[in-house]
Design a protein around this ligand. Structure first.
Ligand code: COS
Length: 384
């Protein structure tokens, strides 16, 4: 069990209460209707939950990365679909934190602190795992950029009021010509295309974004032209542990529901023997190991150390654990599992896919493994 400070324990408890009151009671119904409930956002606003990822100077609470992960785990425990909606807003803010000017941060964080949501538009048809292969363009015309292209599988796309969109300012340069932009909802030519019907996280909104001659002010460029790929990669380093945290929450929930069912159904019966007990023990081992892996990554980030490889490890391991634990929970509970715990299993599958598939994470990890370690003096200087 990870050692937390008294403040982190209090924040975890507050997150649990938020989830018990505002997420768990509506999760199954929203999974069935595939919609995000505005009441959850109203509650998020009242509880100031987005403020945790915003620096104090912009009106936020500026929680450290470990504390944010603790809160995200609770969202995943309540509902990975609603958790995805909330986490994707934070993901879009990460790009602004990384590359935004003071004025851009003020502008972007204000609606999100007001519990409007944000969205991150990187993926395109033909540019998913190969993030640098996008075709969307942003051509400078005077003091504006004009955007054209299609983004797909964009979380929150249909509801967001602010977006971070990646587009080529120099199409001939490929990924070196990629740039990041703030795009506000409602600009002429910016419309929502297909709404995706999903296996899991069904209360989150996933859509296609269509950009046709969308004019935005030149000062919506995040960072410099051509820095988009680096902004995207740094954003994903920061955001992948959020998926790890939702996954740990999901796995813990499946384990708790499974244990509750065992206690209620099998206690005292001879078939509640060691087969069942050992399965529950294995699930607990995986959940605790996943949580520790995540917390270690967050501690590295909070200490200002490199954490790109660890972020990929946490995302991969925690997502795989969620898939394994939720699948075991369904199998152990038989027909009860199939009828009552199926949502956790369905919700887990996407954890292995979005924000970089687990195969892409393995690529990132293996590249780090194959990169020669810096000499001891250089490593000390870099704080490794
Ligand atoms: N931080 C900062 N910069 C990074 C970085 C990181 N973690 N990772 C890569 N970069 C930089 C590289 O240094 C390189 O810049 P230079 O050419 O100036 O050195 C640039 O970004 C491109 O990196 P790379 O050459 O490694 O690109 P590849 O195309 O070989 O591979 C992968 C990039 C596959 C790792 C990337 O495309 C990726 O993460 N894909 C998954 C995308 C994803 O997660 N999508 C989810 C969408 S949001 S739900």
């Amino acid at each position: 069990m990870s050692i937390l400070t008294a403040e982190q324990i209090a924040i975890k408890q507050a997150a649990k209460e938020f989830v018990a009151k505002n997420i768990i009671p509506v999760a199954d119904a929203l999974d069935k209707t595939c919609e995000f409930h505005p009441k959850v956002l109203a509650a998020a606003k009242e509880s100031k939950i987005f403020a945790m990822a915003v620096p104090k100077e912009y009106g936020g609470l500026d929680y450290d990365a470990l504390t944010q992960a603790i809160v995200l785990e609770e969202w995943g425990y309540g509902c990975a679909g609603i958790g995805t909606t909330l986490a994707a807003s934070i993901l879009s803010m990460d790009s602004v934190l990384i590359a935004g000017t003071h004025e851009q941060k003020l502008r972007y964080f204000k609606p999100i602190l007001n519990s409007e949501i944000g969205s991150f538009g990187l993926t395109e048809p033909g540019a998913g795992s190969d993030a640098g292969a996008g075709k969307t363009t942003a051509i400078k015309q005077g003091d504006e950029y004009v955007l054209n292209g299609t983004k797909c599988w964009i979380t929150n796309g249909g509801y967001a009021s602010v977006y971070v969109i990646f587009a080529l300012t120099d199409p001939a340069a490929g990924m070196k010509g990629l740039s990041a932009f703030i795009v506000e909802r409602g600009r002429p030519g910016f419309t929502i295309g297909t709404v995706d019907h999903k296996l899991g996280i069904r209360s989150s909104n996933t859509v296609e974004l269509l950009l046709k001659d969308v004019h935005i002010p030149a000062n919506n460029l995040l960072g410099k032209e051509g820095e988009g790929m680096k902004v995207a990669m740094k954003t994903l380093d920061m955001a992948r542990p959020a998926i790890a945290a939702l996954s740990v929450g999901l796995a813990q929930r499946a384990l708790d529901e499974c244990a509750k069912h065992v206690l209620a159904t099998f206690t005292g019966k001879n078939y509640a023997g060691q087969t069942l007990q050992f399965k529950l023990a294995d699930m607990q081992i995986l959940v605790e190991a996943a949580r520790e892996t995540l917390h270690n990554t967050m501690r590295l980030r909070d200490a200002g150390k490199p954490f790109s490889k660890e972020s990929a490890i946490a995302k991969t391991f925690c997502a795989d654990v969620a898939m394994q634990v939720t699948t075991t929970a369904v199998s152990l509970m038989g027909s009860y599992g199939y009828t009552h715990l199926g949502k956790y299993m369905r919700d887990s599958k996407i954890m292995q896919i979005y924000e970089g598939t687990n195969q892409i994470q393995r690529l990132v990890i293996s590249r780090a493994v194959l990169t020669p370690a810096p000499a001891p003096a250089a490593a000390q200087k870099a704080g490794i």
